[in-house]
Design a protein around this ligand. Structure first.
Ligand SMILES: [Zn+2]
Length: 178
């Protein structure tokens, strides 16, 4: 399995060169569309390895939910991904907000077809969208991402991915992990 031989330094990267060409081109288009509209966009995560994804998934989740994900990964035919989820161990946290729905291997970041980004205002990242001016900024960033050919997720504001990833998740996983 190729993913076994290639753990990323630090578990993740922000380099768009690691993305598959199709999404790398879309990312470049997204950046230039933002720039044309006076928005500075920071891409802060592109590729994330399975161990890092497992850690993120475990954050703020109680053990039964983690075990249920491991069972589901095994059932789908990915025992090694289930092992990774269990072997990264407890991640602390206080059952606050969950950062991802995807277990190891289930996020587009493991397949190099997604990136996370945030607009900057006066050099500072604008994470939230509760203030009207922030919501407007994010709306523009998302509209331009869609224009660049990407798909957005309603539950993960900074995340942009290749079209059709979720519908084809099982094929992506089989391709990479079987
Ligand atoms: Zn993401």
């Amino acid at each position: 399995m190729k993913f076994e031989n290639k753990p990323l330094p630090g578990g993740s990267s922000r380099s768009i060169d690691l993305l598959v060409p199709e999404i790398r081109d879309a990312a470049k288009k997204h950046l230039s569309l933002c720039s044309e509209n006076g928005i500075v966009l920071l891409i802060y995560c592109t590729v994330r390895d399975e161990w890092e994804q497992a850690r993120l998934f475990r954050q703020n989740r109680p053990l039964p939910l983690i075990e249920a994900k491991a069972v589901s990964l095994r059932k789908k035919g990915f025992p090694r991904l289930a092992e990774i989820l269990m072997e990264v161990g407890p991640q602390g946290g206080d059952y606050g907000p969950r950062v991802t729905k995807a277990g190891p291997g289930e996020s587009a970041h493991q397949h190099a077809v997604a990136y996370d980004c945030v607009p900057l205002r006066f050099g500072k990242p604008v994470w939230g969208a509760s203030r009207p001016e922030d919501a407007k900024l994010w709306k523009k960033v998302q509209t331009l991402g869609v224009k660049a050919g990407l798909e957005i997720l309603s539950w993960e504001r900074p995340h942009f991915e290749v079209k059709g990833f979720n519908q084809n998740l099982l094929e992506y996983m089989r391709e990479r992990y079987e």
